[in-house]
Design a protein around this ligand. Sequence first.
Ligand code: PEP
Ligand code: MN
Length: 360
Amino acid sequence: MELNPHQNYFSQLLNNRRPLLISGPCSAESEAQVLETAFALKNTGIDLFRAGIWKPRSKPGTFEGIGEIGLQWLKRVQTEIGLPVSVEVATPQHIELALKYGIDVLWIGARTTVNPFVVQELAEALRGVEIPVMVKNPVNPDLALWAGALERFYNMGIRSLAAIHRGFSVLGENRYRNAPLWQIPIELKSRYKNLPLIVDPSHIGGRREHILPLTQQALDLDYDGLMVEVHPNPAVALSDAEQQLTPAAFAEMLTRLQVRSANSPNPEFQNCAEELREKIDNADREIIEMLARRMALVEKIGEYKKQNNVTILQMERWNEIFKTRPEWAAKMGMNAEFVEELYKLIHLESIRKQTEIMER
Ligand code: PEP
Ligand code: MN
């Protein structure tokens, strides 16, 4: 399915400038806070202002958003400051109110995208309405759910669609608040070529210091835009205090980003890149040939184990492999953790092959 076959809200913005800049507070808290933030961001030259009015919070009793009155403040951002505005909607009533106040763009939050019933209800509330919609990834790492949500809006006639990558909840202690799992948004982008992909480094990182490097990484992966949370005084923010930037820090961050293009018109670059890619193709062929050789040996030893009634898995052997391979890799200047991960896959495949032999 082609999600964005025509010129639309996002493609027009992207014709004028890349990356698309979306910014604003996590939550609208007061009229003064909203106007002060919007005024500063207007001067930074952003394309779209964001503010949460209804906030999906994990714990009850915390700040759950200012509600309808915030829409009046956003109206002032539109008319007095001259910035288009966006809010998160999670129920058909939110949509009704957002449309009543003439909000320019809607976004669907990560906790909503997980639920196809709710997404369908929201899409139906927008049947026949021409408004751009941005869909955040679901909190769980499920590409089909994300794609499905986008398709539900598309099926109701929404033609201006964008995807926002805000990271995924995964178990355990992690460097980031939400794991980026870059392969998921990249797979989405390869499936829907014209779908703008926007990074939300604030919700991925969860801490201010991660925002610049995450944004740079996204731009180097050819993302189309960024959505960053900005608050005049992050320390006292009513939600997401740790991850919001001041308007000045945001403006400074923009000056430090390197925007590179996906291709160079320089013929010398083209030639060099082609030559190197050919060498990479050859290296990959060699890697696969060697893996095939390894698997043939694994089959042979599997036969012996079967004849001698020996278990497939021997703990000392497993431990030895996971000790030595990363060590060898480190000696060759490679990332030991990467090679350890790689060997987990290889070893699991070896066990699968030998299981097949045992069962024959
Ligand atoms: C937000 O954008 O403030 C928000 C609640 O984000 P998410 O849905 O990504 O958690
Ligand atoms: Mn937030």
